[in-house]
Design a binder for this molecule. Structure first.
Ligand SMILES: Nc1nc2c(ncn2[C@@H]2O[C@H](COP(=O)(O)OP(=O)(O)OP(=O)(O)O)[C@@H](O)[C@H]2O)c(=O)[nH]1
Ligand SMILES: [Mg+2]
Length: 450
């Protein structure tokens, strides 16, 4: 972390302003080399106050008029001295300033390096650093709220509580390891077991939110499928609100899968239009059908579109395997043309894409189907990601194993192995996976003399 790093923090492209960031011990010194303006040297200028001036290149030619702000360590995002430069938002302007900063001694930052430094400098734990990315990537209000909770440290807090429990249990065990002649009395053993089982339970509850986490971060995969000409592409278009896919009366129009993100009452949904399912000799269409079938395999939900104006056929286009996919909504389309009597008793959502009628019923059904996945993560809105899930599952397994060994009368050394594994797994969630702290814990909170 000795380098001073810099990057353009705003997205590439043309805009009113762009922002460059520079962080590290030499940030102020490097900025000073290129900055002309202000009533005093930047090092003396009050932090967090903008100063107007000009950035010049190595030859002294001005690049742009800018507003510059100094954040003195540790009161900055990274915890280091940081300089932010707001310039005009042109690709060349921001790029030239970046080049000048690098020429003056800064190093181009790697992706996520500012947040990584924030973590290493103790500004945030790992879950919070991850939440920064979630926040930026959030596409619905629900995803945003969940990311914000995590950024506030809610998940970190819960994980730290688990960690404390494990550390406490381990501290107890360590004492017995140090004085083996004493042996663990049954009461202590029971107490430790109870703690471990409780940790495993809470960890498992958190694991259960991983599905919500996945949906909020990646979106619910909703695949529109069915026979050719049923109106699948029309459905995609009407749900998107613009003509994204080609619609035509020719069966077999869509070949490539077409994916767009929509917002279903706060739930991000990846809506995927596919080729009509039918046997075909035509090579390109067959590739389309293959692609449709691949999407169906990864679907969270299938919107099975049928033409309700035609007589109901047993042939659905789905293979036997696809037909048993549990989550499917039958969509009976083209009701404006009249519904064929054979559909009378069939349970499905009746819509017309051309008239846009009852699409809201379908949206409601999608929302409900997503709800079945349990998008109910309580008021705390904690929804773990895949990494957290893996760590939590590991912690769960080892806590339970340790409890089992302990209650089976295993020696404390043996039990401690699993306990440390559990602790390591839990610690990796927030980025504390060392055993250094354990020593402190043992001697500060534990009375050896018992
Ligand atoms: N009357 C009526 N026609 C519709 C409706 N929805 C779609 N259509 C028509 O049905 C035809 C096929 O629509 P598409 O959306 O292309 O059907 P598709 O399922 O995507 O077809 P493929 O891509 O070939 O599998 C077009 O002529 C649409 O205008 C509807 O609700 N009512
Ligand atoms: Mg189509």
């Amino acid at each position: 972390m000795e380098d001073t790093i810099t990057a353009i923090s705003t997205p590439p492209g043309q805009g009113a302003v762009a922002l460059l960031r520079m962080s590290g011990d030499r940030a102020v010194e490097i900025a000073q080399k290129l900055f002309r303006g202000g009533r005093c040297a930047l090092a003396e200028f009050p932090p967090r106050q903008q100063v107007l001036g000009t950035i010049v290149d190595a030859g002294g030619d001005s690049i742009d008029r800018v507003l510059l702000t100094v954040f003195s360590a540790p009161a900055s995002y990274t915890g280091e001295d940081t300089v932010e430069i707001s310039c005009h938002g042109g690709i060349l302007v921001a790029g030239s300033i970046l080049e000048a900063l690098v020429a003056a001694g800064a190093r181009p930052a790697e992706p996520g390096e500012f947040s990584k430094r924030a973590f290493l400098n103790g500004k945030m734990d790992l879950t919070q650093a991850e939440a920064v990315m979630d926040l930026i990537a959030a596409r619905t209000s629900l995803a945003l709220r969940s990311a914000n909770r995590q950024l506030e440290g809610k998940l970190g807090q819960r994980v730290n509580e688990l960690r404390e429990e494990l550390l406490g249990a381990l501290a107890h065990l360590e004492a017995y390891i140090d004085f083996p002649e004493e042996g663990i009395d049954p009461e202590s053993s029971e107490g430790i077991c109870g703690r471990l089982i409780e940790v495993a339970k809470v960890a498992r509850d958190l694991v259960a939110t991983a599905e919500e986490g996945r949906i909020l971060r990646e979106g619910l995969a909703v695949v529109i499928a069915g026979l050719p000409n049923a109106g699948k592409s029309s459905l995609l278009n009407v749900m998107l609100g613009f003509d994204r896919a080609i619609v035509s009366e020719t069966a077999g129009t869509t070949r490539d899968t077409i994916e767009e993100m929509i917002n279903v009452k706060g739930i991000p949904v990846r809506l995927i239009d596919t080729a009509g399912l039918r046997q075909t000799e035509e090579q390109v269409e067959r590739e389309g059908v293959d692609r449709a079938q691949r999407e169906l395999k990864g679907a969270d939900l299938v919107l099975h579109v049928m033409d309700a104006s035609l007589e109901k056929v047993e042939q659905t286009g789905f293979t036997e395997e696809e037909s048993v996919v549990g989550r499917r909504i039958l969509v009976l389309n083209k009701v404006d043309l009249g519904v064929h009597p054979s559909w009378e008793k069939v349970d499905g959502i009746r819509i017309s894409c051309t008239q846009g009628s009852d699409i809201d019923l379908l949206v409601e059904a999608i929302f409900k189907a997503a709800g079945r996945e349990g998008l109910n993560f309580g008021s705390e809105m904690i929804a773990v990601n895949a990494r957290h899930r893996e760590c939590l599952e590991r912690a769960c397994k080892h806590s339970e194993k340790a409890a089992e060994l302990l209650s089976g009368g295993e020696s404390p050394e043996f039990v401690a192995i699993d306990l440390r594994e559990a602790l390591d797994a839990i610690g990796s969630i927030v980025g504390k996976a060392d055993t250094e702290e354990l020593l402190g814990e043992i001697f500060s909170s534990f009375c050896i003399g018992k």
